[in-house]
Design a protein around this ligand. Structure first.
Ligand code: NAD
Ligand code: UDP
Ligand code: UDP
Length: 323
C-alpha cells in the first residue's frame, strides 16, 4: 500500500530483527509506514529482515537500547528483550538492564517526542499463576530471586515504569501482555517448545518432553498477534492496557508433541527430561479485555499455524541438519 506523506507515520520498532519484531515490521511497511528497526542482534538476526534491504521506507540501526537513543518518530513499539529462557539466562544482568534501562530510554524518547509508546510485556508477569485463566487484574505469583526472575521482574518493572510515565508525564502508553506465540522466524535453537519439537521431528531426533508433559500452554500464531499490536497502537489514549493477547486454546505439552509428530510424519520417539525450575504448570489467557477494547481475537488455530511453521522450518532444514 502506498500512503501520502500526511498519513504516513515514522515508527520505531526495537527488537525489530527478532521473531515478533520482524513480522510487525512487515505489517507496518505493508500499511505504507516508514520503519526504523533498532536491534543489537543479540537474539535477532539480519536474516529476519534481509528481505527488507532495498525497501526505501525501511532503516536498520544496530543499537543497544540500554543506551540512550535520539531519533525522530511518531510511534514506538518496544520489543527489545531476549524472550527465551536459554537466551535471557545467558546474561541475566543484561536481561534486566534491557527491560529496565531500555524502558527508561524509550520512555524518555517518547516523552521528548510526545510519541505513543507500546510495550511488549509478557504473561510471565503472572509467574506460576495461582489463578486460571489469567485476567489482567491478577497480580501474579513471581519468584523475585530465581533463575527466571531477570526476565519476569525486568518485565514487571518495565510495566511499572510505563504506568509511572503515564501518571507523572501523561504519556500515551500501550501495554500488552503476550502469551506464548509461535510461527516462522522463531529462533530454531532457543529452546522454545514449538520450534524445538518441530526441528526435532524434522531431524528425526527424540522429542524432549520436560516433566510429565501435562503442563499446559496456549499458543498464538504470530500473524494474529501482530494484528493485536497494531489494533492496540490505534486505540485512543484512554486505553493504556495492560491487555492480554494470546490464543486461549490450551494444550498440554504432550498433545503438542503428538500433533507435531503426526503433522510432520516423523518417526521421532518421545523422551522425558526433568522439568526446569519454576516452570509454570498451566497458562491460558483470558482475552475478554482484548475482545472488548481492541475488537480482536485470534483466528488461526494450532493445526493451521503449526502447518505454516513446519513449512518454514522445512525450508531451513539443510542448514539445521548441519547445525
Ligand atoms: P526475539 O529474541 O526473537 O526478539 C527480541 C529482539 O530484541 C532480538 O532481535 C534481540 O536481538 C533484540 N534485543 C535484545 N536485547 C536488546 C538490546 N539490549 N538492545 C536492542 N535489541 C535487543 O524474541 P521475540 O519472541 O520476538 O520477542 C519480542 C518481544 O516480545 C520481547 O520483548 C519478548 O519479551 C516479548 N514476548 C514474546 C513472547 C513470545 O512468545 N514470542 C511472549 C511474551 C513476550
Ligand atoms: N532519552 C533518550 N532519548 C531521548 C530522550 C531521552 O534515550 O530522546 C533517555 C535519556 O538518556 C534519559 C532517559 O531517556 O536517561 C529518561 O528520560 P527522561 O527525560 O524521562 O529523564 P531524565 O533525562 O530527566 O533523566
Ligand atoms: N518444553 C518441553 N520440551 C522442550 C521445550 C519446552 O517440554 O523441548 C516445555 C517447557 O518445560 C514448558 C513448555 O514446554 O513447560 C513451554 O516452554 P517454552 O520455553 O516454549 O515457553 P514458556 O515456558 O516460557 O512458556
Amino acid at each position: 500500500m502506498t500512503r501520502l506523506y500526511d498519513s504516513r507515520k515514522r515508527i520505531l520498532v526495537t527488537g525489530g530483527a527478532g521473531f515478533l519484531g520482524s513480522h510487525l515490521i512487515d505489517r507496518l511497511l505493508e500499511q505504507g509506514h516508514e520503519v526504523i528497526c533498532v536491534d543489537n542482534l543479540f537474539t535477532g538476526t539480519k536474516r529476519n529482515i534481509e528481505h527488507l534491504h532495498n525497501r526505501p521506507h525501511f532503516e536498520f540501526m544496530r543499537h543497544d537500547v540500554t543506551f540512550p537513543l535520539y531519533v525522530e518518530v511518531d510511534e514506538i513499539y518496544n520489543l527489545a528483550c531476549p524472550a527465551s529462557p536459554i537466551h535471557y539466562q545467558h546474561d541475566p544482568v543484561q536481561t534486566t538492564k534491557t527491560s529496565v534501562h531500555g524502558a527508561i530510554n524509550m520512555l524518555g524518547l517518547a516523552k521528548r517526542l510526545k510519541a505513543k509508546i507500546f510495550q511488549a510485556s509478557t504473561s510471565e508477569v503472572y509467574g506460576d499463576p495461582a489463578v486460571h485463566p489469567q485476567t489482567e487484574e491478577y497480580w501474579g505469583n513471581v519468584n523475585p530471586i530465581g533463575a527466571r526472575s531477570c526476565y519476569d521482574e525486568g518485565k514487571r518493572c518495565a510495566e511499572t515504569l510505563f504506568f509511572d510515565y503515564w501518571r507523572q508525564h501523561n504519556l500515551d502508553i500501550k501495554v500488552v501482555r503476550i502469551f506464548n506465540t509461535y510461527g516462522p522466524r522463531m529462533h530454531h535453537a532457543d529452546g522454545r517448545v514449538v520450534s524445538n519439537f518441530i526441528v526435532q521431528a524434522l531431524r528425526g531426533d527424540p522429542i524432549t518432553i520436560f516433566g510429565d508433559g501435562q503442563q499446559t500452554r496456549s499458543f498464538c500464531y504470530v500473524d494474529d498477534l501482530v494484528d493485536s499490536f497494531v489494533k492496540m497502537m490505534d486505540t485512543d489514549s484512554s486505553i493504556t492496557g495492560p491487555i492480554n493477547v494470546g490464543n486461549p486454546g490450551e494444550f498440554t505439552i504432550r498433545e503438542l508433541a503428538e500433533k507435531t509428530i503426526a503433522m510432520t510424519g516423523s518417526k521421532s520417539e518421545l523422551v522425558q527430561l526433568p522439568l526446569p525450575e519454576d516452570d509454570p504448570k498451566q497458562r491460558q489467557p483470558d482475552i475478554t479485555k482484548a475482545r472488548e477494547n481492541l475488537n480482536w481475537e485470534p483466528n488461526i488455530d494450532l493445526d493451521e499455524g503449526l502447518a505454516r511453521t513446519i513449512a518454514y522450518f522445512k525450508t531451513r532444514l539443510p542448514e539445521l541438519i548441519e547445525a
